[in-house]
Design a protein around this ligand. Structure first.
Ligand SMILES: *Cc1c(COP(=O)(O)O)cnc(C)c1O
Length: 467
């Protein structure tokens, strides 16, 4: 399908952007200084195009979500057909429409095990809000209403709503809005490059697990509702836990009778080479949150997978679960998600990530290890990171401060035609699952070129003179 290329008046758009638009997660002073946002006008495959005519390899799959790549005519058609037949109806008050029912059954098939039911929302944040309310509701029905506490990790990302930010472990996000709300406890994250540098991996793993157990004991196991974690922390910097971490966390949850929740918003839908990230680690969560790759970002939709024993309790006790959104089970979003899963199945994108492109990305990233700035490369499936350090063989940062080098290298990468993110001093990538070997080679070649270009700039960095 060819899409006519529209000519946008970029100067006018930038002017209007500054005059009327508040983009998300943005420094509005910087937006002003830069003369408005970078404007992306179209995309195809793994490439995005900006209004200035640059083609940029999208190493981030949009925002960790465009798993099947851009320009999928089938997804547009699925939305078009559904909109004509039934654009919208809700799932309140004992109604439903065909797409959410079919999608719930499809997701249940992919989750397997005891995760048999699905609750729909529109965003990953809302999915975690649903987890929060459903877990507490469940414990109340079970006659243990004091089980309200969620244990989460520092630097976790669970979204931007009040519950999402509170469950998340981003201190800089807590500072805005006087969060977290009560009832969330944050513990050590399994980030070995920063928090266990040079430590034996098994010892580091045991220490990270013990931090969780110590907190459970301190809070009182009878007060803990759930442990929540991303199988691999995404927005926290692509933090891949050591082997043995997740099975040990699962064992802790069983030992103390605590619900295990996996936030699969990034790790789900093939990212780690399985339909869900927890399947890679061989664990059995009681609830999972999913969004992003569920529709490859083509339309907003999220879901919570719920274990049978929780649903049995709800069915047994009865009474409304007084929770849900106008757009829960939105037929058009569900139709697009169904088609997205069909494409992933037909093209074998999950297996391809596990067996082919994931290992290929790991090897390609590892070739960067000869560069003086590279402290570590790591990846699992099609999500990876490069740690930038001042001195090879250490984890020392430029100016002894985290987050000085990352943005400098990121900006050079973008200028060189690669969209990546800098999270502190990790360059992270999370490309569409359709990426080919040649495109991975291109991605890593731009990383190499940019790291080489950045080195003299970084070595010349001076601490900002204090006024
Ligand atoms: C993106 C993300 C969220 C939030 O999803 P939104 O759709 O932005 O609300 C939650 N959890 C994880 C792990 C995410 O990456």
């Amino acid at each position: 399908m060819t899409v006519p290329i529209r000519n946008h008046d970029i100067a006018e758009l930038k002017r209007l952007d500054l005059a009327h638009h508040l983009p998300a997660q943005t420094d509005y002073k910087l937006q002003q200084t830069l003369g408005g946002s970078r404007i992306i006008t179209r995309a195809d495959g793994v490439y995005i195009h900006d209004g200035e005519g640059h083609q940029i390899l999208d190493g981030m799959a949009g925002l960790w979500c465009v798993n099947v790549g851009y320009g999928r005519q089938e997804l547009a058609q699925a939305a078009y057909d559904q909109m004509l037949e039934l654009p919208y109806y809700n799932t309140f008050f004992k109604t439903a429409s065909p797409p959410p029912i079919r999608l719930a059954a499809k997701i249940a098939e992919k989750m397997g095990g005891h995760l048999t039911h699905v609750f729909f929302n529109s965003s990953g944040s809302e999915a975690n809000d649903t987890v929060f309310r459903l877990a507490r509701h469940y414990w109340k029905l079970k006659g243990q209403p004091q089980r309200t506490v969620f244990i989460s990790r520092w630097n976790a990302y669970h979204g931007s709503t009040v519950a999402g930010v509170s469950l998340g472990g981003m201190k800089y996000m807590h500072e805005q809005g006087d969060l977290p709300i009560p009832g969330v406890e944050h513990v050590m994250q399994p980030y070995s490059f920063n928090e266990g540098f040079g430590e034996d991996p098994a010892a580091f793993c045991a220490r990270a697990v013990k931090a969780i157990e110590d907190r459970i004991v301190a809070v009182g196991p009878e007060n803990v509702a759930a442990f929540i974690g991303e199988p691999v922390q995404g927005a926290g910097g692509v933090i891949i836990p050591p082997d043995g971490y997740w099975p040990a966390v699962e064992a802790l949850c069983r030992k103390y009778g605590i619900l295990l929740v996996c936030d699969e918003v990034i790790c789900g839908y093939g990212r780690l080479g399985q339909w869900f990230g927890h399947q890679h680690y061989g664990i059995k969560p009681d609830m999972i949150a999913m969004a992003k790759g569920l529709s490859s970002g083509y339309l907003p939709i999220s879901a919570v997978g719920v274990a049978d024993f929780i649903v049995d309790e709800l069915k047994d006790k009865g009474g409304d679960f007084v929770h849900g959104f106008t757009y829960s089970g939105h037929p058009t979003c569900c139709a697009v998600a169904l088609k997205n899963i069909e494409i992933m199945e037909r093209e074998g994108l999950v297996e391809r990530t596990r067996q082919d492109t994931g290992p290929y990305l790991a090897k390609a990233l590892a070739t960067l290890n000869d560069l003086p700035l590279v402290g570590e490369t790591r990846s699992l499936g099609l999500i990876g990171a490069v740690e930038i350090v001042r001195e090879k063989g250490t984890n020392l940062r430029f100016l002894d401060k985290e987050g000085e080098a990352g943005p400098v290298v990121r900006d050079i990468c973008i200028r060189n035609g690669l969209m990546v993110r800098a999270i502190r001093d990790s360059l992270v990538c999370c490309p569409p699952l359709i990426i080919t070997h040649a495109e991975i080679d291109a991605l890593v070649a731009i990383l190499r070129k940019s790291l080489i270009e950045a080195e003299p700039v970084l070595r010349a960095l001076k601490p900002e003179a204090k006024a």
